[in-house]
Design a protein around this ligand. Structure first.
Ligand SMILES: [Zn+2]
Ligand SMILES: [Zn+2]
Length: 878
């Protein structure tokens, strides 16, 4: 025996993981080759935020595609999985501004240049945390191609896209009402806003009609905005207001005369039927104002405070304080008609949860419709497929209702908009590089202060990372990519933008398959959150159970279209699985001879033929599951095969062969373990590499070893059938032994009566295995079985079994034991029967639970039957 070949007694994941991560990276096993003649498989890693710390959602989103890419690599593909991080404007601003605030500073005080210096320092120092964590997870990424969304090459790609879209008229600048977070001090796109139903109020306010004693009453949920009203609108056909057409009303608190306008979009049923119009602070009013040429009076500024235009009483007040004061003043003037409770949806910032404020300002937009049409077409035609398919509907719903995309953000960390304004003539220039002077008047220029929405740059990820706008070899080889694995929450933010921009700038789809992960929840299916205290930290799990156990758990729970119910117990279970594999491998390695054994077909035992047949079936089904991204199914197949068929059965049978010195069995054992290691590798890369490196004929690394092919010639229906019979007889014999408390070491005789001659013949050929595995001294095939009080009975498939006891059983004691058993069984049976008779239980409990109870009941009834039979045998003798 070769000592080098032996595994440590106990599997300790940590040193093993560290060793192989280093090895894989040092050896460059995950570095793709753009010149390779092999077929390619490529993916771009969804770039985590540079501020990111690995959480369970990441762990899932990175483990599943790693399983695919490792599998493809082993299948001989030239795999590129390209990593990188996103500069994450708002997240970085939050971090830096918080640390500035602790020093009594803010970004205005330090200035743009200093702020960016601090941000870059921060990025250099802490930005790599998540990449280290990705390595620990075993993600087989090509780090030689790592990118950052603000690296020079990627920044050039971003500018190129902006400049081209602008030249084509697909990017424009407009004075527009946008959603702004007054706390984050930036514009948010429609989809960055969370709408929450709030218990609000509806205030009805009287506006005096100019030159009369009459009033018109309008209703509003935001009274402070009335300070910026520039009209009152009514429906042209509304009889109640016909007398007001062409009149003006006096805006209370401002004492400004504003016109009454008519518009068909006014809902006659809302409030009184007359509505106030505030073009600078409401999106509907903004449109209305444009159509009717109304003035836009800004009364709330970008940080949520009232402006000069709000009037001396309100100027400088916070918007909510102003609301209270407006209501108070209106009440004092007797102009408040009524206040009602009114639930309505209010937009909140998705990051800081502040109430969004519609805000009028100059912004940049992408004219989205022409880009969206193509992006709809490629999904309709099936060129791009969503998995699971139901996300296609979600994608279309959004794409059909798409609005122009506001891409400017009032932040500093990010891609500064490549537009310059002349200080003298206000002329604007858009260019790749800063122009020296104004092309019209030669005046000095100032660059636009804003940066681009982070999703604008990450939308270029699949091609920007491959060297575009240069026609690089990487771009030619690896674009389009094959798979994008991501969460459903960024289908719009990100997936749709990648599709639009990929089509626009490469003329081809960015990826073929979009795999949408479920959400990781706790066992009660609650979201994991700090406040619930139910967060399961992947790094803690890695420390506790090993990376392989974490990865296998995530794969086993990944049912397409379903959220994952994660628990620590599950991980402990798969840690036990890893240990089981380890112990089985240790056994195999200890039993291999000095020289590698070869298979001689003629020497194959039934068990050898059976395990090879099972291996063919399992390899086939595993491959199919992975092709369809059915990770849970693949994991389940492997788990069952490795644990139950290989460890529990085959190794036991192989012991018989090894004892007899069968070198063919030794060869099959080694080969099967070698294949298992490779089948499991994409799921559990660390333990399999460690075991694989100890196996005879180990190549450089399991990570680049060929994935096992399906050996159709190994399929053997006869071996599988015979093995099933044999297993059934062994299992039943073991059960009878246990039920009768026969010590494991005690050998007994087994009598077998068969209804078919052929079955008996097949089984008889396996007597040696049967004897070893069931603790049998002698096997007798007979036409009739021995009878009497001292004979134990059993049934296994087509066979009846009998075990005569050599030692006379103490009948009185045996009777007592059986009666006790019977009582216990009876109690358990009636408990389950009652449960099943309860309609409440059968209708409410999950189907699987009900089924489980039914199966358990059937098993118990069967057992009671047998115990009763055995008891009946005892009676005549007593
Ligand atoms: Zn905010
Ligand atoms: Zn100029």
């Amino acid at each position: 025996m070769n000592d080098k070949r032996q595994l440590e007694k106990i599997y300790d994941p940590k040193p093993v993981e560290e060793k192989w991560i280093r090895f894989w990276l040092d050896e460059g096993l995950f570095v793709a080759d753009a010149k390779s003649p092999k077929p390619k498989f490529s993916m771009a890693l969804p770039p985590p935020n540079v501020t990111g710390i690995l959480h369970m959602g990441h762990a899932l989103c990175f483990t599943l595609p790693d399983i695919i890419t490792r599998w493809k690599r082993m299948q001989g593909y030239n795999c590129l999985w390209l990593p990188g991080t996103d500069h994450a404007s708002i997240a970085v601003h939050n971090v830096i501004e918080q640390s500035l605030a602790e020093k009594g500073l803010n970004r205005e005080k330090v200035g743009r240049e200093e702020f960016l210096r601090i941000a870059w320092d921060w990025k250099t120092k802490y930005g790599g945390v998540i990449t280290g964590q990705l390595k620990r997870l075993g993600a087989s990424l090509d780090w030689s191609r790592e990118r950052f969304t603000m690296d020079p090459g990627f920044s050039r790609a971003v500018k190129q896209v902006f400049v081209s879209l602008y030249a084509e008229g697909l990017i424009y600048r407009d004075y527009y009402l946008v959603n702004r977070c007054p706390r984050c001090q930036t514009v948010l796109s429609d989809i960055e806003i969370e709408h929450k139903d709030l218990h609000g109020k509806l205030w009805s306010v009287k506006y005096p009609v100019e030159g009369s004693d009459g009033f018109v009453t309008v209703a509003t949920t935001r009274p402070e905005t009335m300070l910026g009203d520039t009209a009152v609108a009514v429906h042209p056909d509304d009889e109640r207001f016909k007398h007001l057409h062409g009149k003006r009303v006096i805006l209370p608190l401002q004492n400004r005369a504003i016109p009454v306008i008519t518009d068909e979009r006014v809902e006659r049923e809302f409030g009184t039927g007359a509505v106030k119009v505030t073009p600078a602070h409401d999106p509907v009013d903004f449109e209305l104002g444009k159509l009717h040429n109304l003035e836009q009076v800004i009364v709330i500024d970008g940080s949520g405070r009232m402006t000069e235009a709000a009037g001396p009483d309100f100027k400088g007040l916070d918007r909510f304080a102003c609301r209270a004061k407006v209501v108070e003043k209106l009440t004092g003037l007797g102009l408040l008609v009524k206040v009602e409770d009114h639930d309505h949806a209010v937009g909140h910032c998705y990051r800081c949860k502040s109430v969004i404020e519609p805000h009028l300002s100059w912004q940049w937009f992408v004219r989205i419709k022409p880009l969206a049409d193509e992006a709809i077409r490629v999904v309709e035609s099936g060129e791009i497929q969503f998995i699971p398919g139901n996300w296609t509907k979600t994608y279309f719903e959004w794409m059909y209702n798409i609005h122009d995309w506001c891409i400017s953000r009032q932040l500093w960390w990010g891609h500064r908009i490549p537009a310059w304004y002349c200080r003298d003539c206000k002329h604007m220039m858009v260019a790749m590089e800063a122009p020296a002077k104004c092309e019209k008047c030669g005046g000095a220029l100032d660059q636009d202060e804003d940066v681009l929405d982070t999703w604008f740059s990450s939308g270029l990820w699949p091609f920007g990372t491959l060297g575009w706008p240069d026609e690089t070899e990487d771009l030619r080889t690896f674009y389009p990519t094959d798979l994008m694995s991501t969460g459903f929450d960024i289908i719009f933010f990100w997936v749709a933008r990648m599709i639009m921009l990929g089509l626009k700038f490469r003329g081809r789809i960015p990826f073929r398959h979009v795999f949408i992960n479920g959400l990781v929840r706790d066992l009660k299916r609650r979201k994991m959150s700090k406040s619930e205290g139910n967060i399961i930290d992947p790094l803690e799990m890695i420390d506790k159970y090993g990376t392989d156990a974490l990865r296998f758990t995530l794969a086993a729970l990944a049912v397409p279209g379903m959220d994952l119910a994660l628990s620590e117990e599950r991980m402990a279970g798969y840690q036990a699985f890893a240990n089981k594999i380890w112990n089985a491998s240790r056994f195999v390695l200890m039993n291999l001879g000095e020289t590698p054994a070869a298979v001689r077909e003629a020497d194959l035992t039934l068990a050898d033929r059976w395990i090879r047949s099972r291996l063919a079936a399992v390899t086939d089904s595993l491959t199919r599951s992975l092709e369809q991204y059915k990770f849970y199914e693949a994991a389940d197949t492997l788990y069952h095969f490795v644990w139950h068929e290989f460890c529990d059965w085959y190794i036991e049978f192989a012991k018989v062969g090894l004892r007899e010195g069968l070198r063919t069995t030794e060869a099959v054992l080694a080969d099967t373990l070698g294949r298992i290691v490779r089948l499991l590798h994409p799921f559990m890369p660390f333990i399999t590499e460690e075991i694989g490196q100890h196996l005879p004929g180990a190549g450089k690394s399991v990570a680049v070893a060929p994935f096992p092919e399906v050996r159709e010639d190994w399929r053997d229906a006869e071996a599988e059938r015979t093995m099933a019979l044999l297993q059934e007889v062994i299992a039943e014999t073991r059960k009878v032994r246990t039920e009768n408390k026969i010590p494991p070491r005690e050998k007994v005789d087994l009598w077998i009566k068969s209804s078919g001659v052929e079955d008996a013949r097949l089984l008889a050929a396996q007597s040696a295995s049967l004897q070893t595995l069931a603790g049998i001294a002698k096997v007798e095939f007979a036409a009739s079985l021995p009878a009497g009080a001292d004979v134990l009975k059993g049934v296994a498939g087509p066979f009846e079994l009998a075990i005569p006891r050599e030692v006379k059983v103490d009948v009185a004691q045996e009777k007592e034991r059986l009666e006790k058993d019977l009582a216990k069984l009876g109690a358990e049976i009636s408990r389950i029967e009652q449960k099943l008779a309860n309609a409440d239980f059968t209708s409410r409990a999950p189907q699987a639970v009900v089924e489980e109870n039914r199966a358990r009941l059937a098993g118990l009834l069967d057992r009671r039957n047998k115990v009763e039979k055995n008891l009946a045998h005892l009676r005549p003798a007593s």
